[in-house]
Ligand binder design. Sequence first.
Ligand code: ZN
Length: 187
Amino acid sequence: MLRQSLNKMDILAHGLWTYAVFHKKKYVWLAALFGILPDILSFGIIFAINLINGSLRRGPPQLSSLPDWLFAAYNMTHSFIIFFAVFLLMHLITKKWFWPLMAWGLHILIDIPTHSFRFFPTPFLWPLSDYKFDGISWATGWFMLLNYGALMIVFLAIAHNRVKKRKQALKNTKKYLAHGQHRKIKG
Ligand SMILES: [Zn+2]
């Protein structure tokens, strides 16, 4: 259960970081979706299956108990090679760059230093190379504190900027109205 809920936390942090990075873009919610999709399409499916079967268990899942397709799905969703190929292919088909997809690349970038060899290191060069980086697991206590602490600061800054912007807009409107009033009296 711990690992299961931790997996959800991982997805939560991915969603929050993606939102933070893309928050000024119109497509922020679509980006947030692409930011969590790599994990939804791999571990999310396992989670859903276990939930339906009522077989959610405590502790990290045994690697040997995980089906082969999960490893294949994880390779595909966590590879820069596949990401670039899809990004390029979409450009060739639509003649436009589909920017929300960059959130997928960001997901892989975040995963590389935050997974250790103990549990699903990021296969970011698959299928060209088997090279993986032995990072710090995001589930490490102090790292989680740091991660969510940083997220809190970033979201406070975003909220602060939004309030500031709104106040400025209100000020401008008042100025504009006052100016209009002044002109009316004059005329
Ligand atoms: Zn991931």
